[in-house]
Design a protein around this ligand. Structure first.
Ligand code: FES
Ligand code: FES
Length: 155
């Protein structure tokens, strides 16, 4: 039986088995490959998407658990141009290989949605589940502070 979801603001129906990880539905059934597979065990954060605005690990989330709910992937995070997080990521030249970065951006975006001026500790706490094998952590932290500034300037 088809499962209905809202992905990036659009209603979709998928025919995957109910226990299929949301990550496979996003990547294989819907072709949205910006969300990455890393560990498959909720350890690395590469697969991070938003469920109703909160960061979740799509590799361990069965698609049936999010039926009828709103999912945002990296492809849908920006409606018009760059978000403050994306702008800050460019300004601070965050990415190295880039593999972890869509998950990093999704976690950072979720953090700033509920904490407009995070401290270093807030950032460490919110981002600890996102691993970067290239070690871009210092630039990620700087970029999150910069994104918070940019978001305040827009308001
Ligand atoms: S692939 Fe989901 S946390 Fe690593
Ligand atoms: S930029 Fe390479 S894994 Fe993070």
């Amino acid at each position: 039986m088809a499962i209905e979801l809202t992905i990036n603001g659009k209603p979709v129906q998928v025919a995957d088995e109910p226990d299929t990880p949301l990550l496979w539905v996003i990547r294989d059934s819907l072709g949205l490959t910006g969300t990455k597979f890393g560990c498959g065990m909720a350890q690395c954060g590469a697969c991070t998407v938003h469920l109703n605005g909160s960061a979740i690990r799509s590799c361990i989330t069965p698609v049936s658990a999010v039926a009828g709910q709103s999912i945002t992937t990296i492809e849908g995070v920006s409606e018009n141009g760059l978000t403050p997080v994306q702008q800050a990521w460019i300004e601070e030249d965050v990415a190295q290989c880039g593999y972890c970065q869509s998950g990093q951006i999704m976690s950072a975006t979720a953090l700033l949605a509920y904490n407009a001026a995070p401290t270093d500790k807030d950032i460490d706490d919110a981002m600890m589940g996102n691993i970067c094998r290239c070690g871009s952590y210092p630039r990620i932290k700087k970029a999150i502070h910069r994104a918070a500034e940019l978001a305040r300037e827009v308001k």
